[in-house]
Design a protein around this ligand. Sequence first.
Ligand SMILES: [Zn+2]
Length: 192
Amino acid sequence: MRGAFVDPGGDLPRLKAAMAQHGVTIEKILLTHGHIDHCGEAGTLAKELGVPIEGPEEADRFWISRLDEDGKNYGIRGAVFEPDRWLVQGDTVTVGELTLDVYHCPGHTPGHVVFHHPASKLALVGDVLFQGSIGRTDFPMGNHQDLIDAIVTRLWPLGDDTAFIPGHGQMSTFAHERRSNPFVADAALASA
Ligand SMILES: [Zn+2]
């Protein structure tokens, strides 16, 4: 019953209630990228729980450094923090007895990472890939081609039967997206 919070952007009372309800001991916070809706309150939560923050990749430092400012601009809570560990391609992170592989998948943000647990065939993909869509690339340091390349060269090799939890919206599988996603379906890329 050990666990991690992934991308705690806010809603801390809800997160803490879920933690208590399920009797889970949270041992760390994992971050896919530096956007405020994914990590605005990560630093606050880490301090409250006394746990470390792992991720994202250091290229997202500039996003994390503007969390205070972005919070004011968007009228939501944001607080700058320093992750205890920046991640790179090929790293692993542990949660309880599980080990997750880390994939650097830039494009939505330059330091975006994805977490994958091979035995469960489950990926936590943040804002890289969604059911029927992909992450925005019109933010500073976003890059559309980088994002497509990351999805094709880093996610698809994990296997069609991989289920994924995106940063927004419903779960899906890589097989489903390779068939029907208007941005990264095999047919869409073949005709691009
Ligand atoms: Zn984002």
